[in-house]
Design a protein around this ligand. Structure first.
Ligand code: HEM
Ligand code: CU
Length: 651
């Protein structure tokens, strides 16, 4: 299927898979440019690309994360087709190409899908939930987004530019070093994650400062909605976990690009990578799950029409899980031979996390008990998460038993386990959050009927895909293989899994259709409070004005808005008088700066000194430029504000 040419005596081959990738990129670009030109939307696009406003940046995160989700999902489907039949030979995806798919899929899903989608929802909801006007550092927020986007693009574009990383999302040394992974793939991995990682770290700092400093009057820490609480703890986890990744990636880059041997088995020590990676990597799974816990808590209490059961213990459990998350990284390394004492300690500390997690599960159930439950799509996602996540948790405890892990390790049992947790936790949480906050973001509701179809398609596809993986693992199917033998008896289970994967893929396409349909025909959210909400974000119009709150509200308790509804007329006593509000300026610098990071990475990957040095100088120049242009924006005057509020009916 490959295209072969002879040009001036030189043989040139275009492999068919890369050609297909090229064509699809070209096609999407052409469609994009065409649509923008046809609808005269270039200026509109520019507004989005230069925005520094939290809710717009949130939507950018959701859009980019959604696009990467399609890429990561395509990888997953390709893998599942290759694995559908024993000794299958689908297209070119055997051997090294399968490894590329597998690695890009995992890396993309963790770093460029799950995290940015969560960060997107945080950007949309957290400032509103605490009565803030924006994040503490709007420019930094835009920079974080663009750094994530640059890093993600780098990893994703590698496929057509000389090959993707092949050493798995965990990039174990020495496999990921030049000796065993000679192509540029793992350089893309190291540099892409490094650039995106800087963005993530900056975001965490931004949210920490925002939540600690920008709360409105009366919004004490002990009154914050659970999603904001989980964002706070998640930001702390990022602050402590990501530097370990930064160092690990730096060592990897040095070994690969400059010939050092920190991680090589002879001069250095390959275990350094594993320790650093998992000191980051284990907290990372809590970075992915805690925000989802926050979403479920908010959604469940809203749609059960009850205050969250055990608010204090819910907060305490999040903090405890976050803390314990740093103590258990060695459970990923039971089989490297650190010895029984070490294994026992880490097995027990791992299992202890089940306690706060159990507390949370029971509190969700008690919140439901006696509640007036509405089965909205957001709620369906939240409810279906409970049994799914319990199952993922149980297989997690199984894996935490060190002797048992010798059997499960690197088998499909593990693949089944972590998809139950990440997809059945984080991705369900993201869908729940999307249905829940969609009206707040866009001013219209996602259609419930179509939403429910989408939910059931996803839920059924999910269990069909990932449940059989546990059994395959117990039957001996190893992780990260592109095929298995006819007489292994794994054919049927793999086929079921592939069918499930396509149902999930269908569901994702159906979600896009639901968005399109609802955009044209969906119910408008005129009140700003479509769910009879409990927290601050529902007290302002949808979508919110650029300053969020004309006068920031005075908060009197947990579920602040509900309290005002119950004890008053549903309006807040203002915490301040009408005064001018500063709106920070749009700014192209974050996009340009990240673009330079992106270009400079190629200098390192292909060893072009001019690009390396030029890029460094340009980055420094950008920082200097920024330090002289840190002003501007405009004020909305008190009179203008009063008038705008008047027009809305004086909320
Ligand atoms: C759309 C449904 C999905 C399907 C069908 C799917 C399927 C797979 C398959 C077949 C593998 C490779 C197993 C192997 O060869 O060892 C894999 C690995 C992986 N998946 Fe998924 N996946 C899906 C969604 C997700 C999502 C949403 C996430 C995270 C947010 C995720 C995270 C991962 C990770 C981290 C790996 C490990 C990659 C590695 O070992 O380096 N997957 N998935
Ligand atoms: Cu772990």
């Amino acid at each position: 299927m490959d295209l072969k040419y002879t040009l001036w005596g030189k043989k040139i081959t275009f492999p068919s898979d890369i050609l297909a990738a090229d064509m699809s990129i070209l096609l999407f670009l052409l469609i994009g440019v065409g649509l923008l030109t046809y609808f005269k939307k270039w200026k509109w696009l520019w507004g989005w690309l230069t925005t520094t406003h939290h809710s717009k940046i949130g939507i950018l995160y959701l859009t980019a994360g959604g696009a990467f989700f399609l890429r990561g999902g395509l990888d997953a489907l390709i893998m599942r087709v290759q694995l559908a039949l024993p000794e299958n030979q689908f297209w070119v995806f055997q051997g090294e190409k399968y490894n590329q798919m597998m690695t890009t899929h995992g890396t993309t899903m963790i770093f460029f899908v799950a995290m940015p989608l969560l960060i997107g929802l945080m950007n949309v909801a957290v400032p509103l939930q605490i009565g803030a006007r924006d994040l503490a550092f709007p420019y930094l927020n835009a920079l974080s987004f663009w750094l994530f986007f640059a890093g993600g693009s780098l990893v994703n574009i590698s496929f057509i530019l000389g090959g993707s990383p092949t050493a798995g999302w965990t990039a174990y040394a020495p496999l990921a070093l030049k000796e065993f992974s000679p192509g540029p793939g793992n350089d893309y991995y190291a540099l892409g994650l490094q650039i995106a990682g800087i963005g993530t770290l900056l975001t965490a700092i931004n949210f920490l400062v925002t939540i600690l400093n920008k709360r409105t009057k009366g919004m004490t820490l002990t009154r914050m909605p659970l999603f904001t609480w989980s964002t706070l703890v998640t930001s702390l986890l990022i602050l402590f976990a990501f530097p370990a990744l930064t160092v690990a990636l730096l060592l990897l880059s040095f070994d690969r690009l400059f010939g050092t041997s920190f991680l090589s088995a002879d001069a250095g020590n390959a275990l350094i990578w594993q320790h650093l990676f998992w000191i980051f990597g284990h907290p990372e799974v809590y970075i992915l799950i805690l925000p989802a816990f926050g979403i479920f808590s908010d959604v469940i209490s809203t749609f059960a029409k009850k205050k969250l059961f055990g608010y204090t213990s819910m907060v305490f459990a999040i903090v405890l899980i976050g803390f314990l998350g740093f103590m258990v990284w060695v459970h990923h390394m039971f089989t490297v031979g650190l010895g029984p004492a070490s294994n026992a300690i880490f097995a027990i500390s791992t299992m202890s996390i089940a306690v706060p997690t159990g507390i949370k599960v029971f509190n969700w159930l008690f919140t439901l008990k006696g509640g007036v439950i509405r089965f909205n799509t957001a709620m369906l996602y939240a409810l279906s998460f409970i049994p799914t996540f319990v199952m993922g948790g149980v297989t997690g405890v199984m894996l935490a038993a060190a002797p048992a892990d010798y059997q499960y390790h690197d088998s499909y049992f593990v693949v089944g386990h972590f998809h139950y947790v990440i997809v059945g936790g984080t991705i369900l949480g993201i869908f729940s959050g999307l249905y829940y906050w969609w009206p707040k973001m866009f001013g219209f509701l996602l259609d419930e009927k179509r939403g429910k179809w989408q939910f059931w398609l996803f839920a059924i596809g999910f269990h069909l895909t990932f449940f059989p993986m546990h059994i395959m693992g117990l039957m001996g199917m190893p992780r990260r293989v592109y095929t298995y033998l006819e007489d292994s008896g794994l054919g049927t289970l793999n086929m079921i899994s592939t069918i499930g994967a396509f149902l999930m893929g269908l569901s994702v396409l159906f979600f896009i259709y639901t968005v399109y349909w609802s955009c044209r025909n969906g119910v408008r959210d005129a009140s700003g409070d479509p769910w009879d909400g409990r927290t601050l974000e529902w007290a302002i119009p949808s979508p919110p004005p650029e300053y969020n709150f004309a006068r920031r509200p005075f908060v009197r308790g947990v579920d602040a808005f509900w309290k005002e509804k119950m004890e008053g007329d549903g309006t807040f006593q203002p915490a301040e008088k009408l005064k001018p509000i500063h709106i920070p300026p749009s700014n192209v610098q974050p996009m340009i700066l990240s673009g330079i990071f992106f270009m400079t990475a190629f200098g390192f990957i292909f060893d072009w000194n001019l690009v390396k040095i030029g890029g460094g100088i340009l980055i420094l120049g950008m920082l200097i430029w920024r330090s002289f242009t840190d002003k501007g924006g405009h004020f909305i005057t008190a009179e203008e504000l009063a008038e705008r509020e008047e027009r809305k009916g004086g909320r």
